[in-house]
Design a protein around this ligand. Sequence first.
Ligand SMILES: NC(=O)c1ccc[n+]([C@@H]2O[C@H](COP(=O)([O-])OP(=O)(O)OC[C@H]3O[C@@H](n4cnc5c(N)ncnc54)[C@H](OP(=O)(O)O)[C@@H]3O)[C@@H](O)[C@H]2O)c1
Length: 256
Amino acid sequence: MIADPLASFRLDGKVALLTGASSGLGTQFARALDAAGAHVVLVARRAERLEALAADLSSASVIPADVAVKGEPDRIISEIMAEHGQIDIVVNNAGISRTAAALDDDVEEFRREIEIDLVAPFELARKAAGPMIDSGRGGSIINIGSVLGHVAGGRMKTTSYAAAKAGLHNLTRELASQWARKGVRVNAIGPGWFRTEMNDQMFDTDSGMSYITSGAPMGRPGNPGELNGALLFLASEASSYVTGQILFVDGGWTII
Ligand SMILES: NC(=O)c1ccc[n+]([C@@H]2O[C@H](COP(=O)([O-])OP(=O)(O)OC[C@H]3O[C@@H](n4cnc5c(N)ncnc54)[C@H](OP(=O)(O)O)[C@@H]3O)[C@@H](O)[C@H]2O)c1
């Protein structure tokens, strides 16, 4: 008998670590993982926001942390293992996005963005991969990349963001290849434009909206919830033969 294909999207009994859960896409991802049955461990710096979100979910806990501080990825994974004895899903979503033209950029700020958007996801992925492999259960790691990790920003001058997200995309492929026979799948989602605290100033200006709508063949930004399908697909057994992929959810931004 063929199994119910919708059942393969369920995450019952899974423990999911989600960084950047205190706002924007992370809050939406937390709700989606929770609705699919996972226990969601919410990570970000603003603890009170995480606590409020956790109280609204069926099964969630909170670990306030700055993921770019040395030792914090280790502490996060250790706390999850001590509390739950397993980790099945990691969503590396925490990130910042600076705009600075290369000639005006500050190299220390550039380094700081690489630490948050690239080094921290690497640290979390490899600290989580150990127990995923040792348990024999495997796992799914999902990095939140960007269209700006695939193509240049044009009018948007995001030098360090472009470098960090491009690095994250190929780190995804490299880790996927290293861990493919160990049961750990590593994929990325490449969102187009979704209104959040990160970019709401763009959405509030005519020039920003024109940049978004003219660059996306669909002629519009993404709506809340339009990343959930990709997230649940990659997190679950529905994607059991998928690894090392960058799934763009971008209204076609990267096809032209
Ligand atoms: N929105 C878009 O159009 C878009 C497009 C492509 C990719 N993305 C990516 O999607 C992800 C989420 O972005 P968003 O749009 O939802 O932006 P957002 O609303 O600004 O959320 C960013 C999240 O990252 C957390 N964060 C930032 N630095 C952190 C640190 N050092 N340690 C721990 N948490 C940290 C923030 O929490 P705290 O401040 O509480 O720590 C916040 O929860 C990012 O990786 C971003 O690059 C977004």
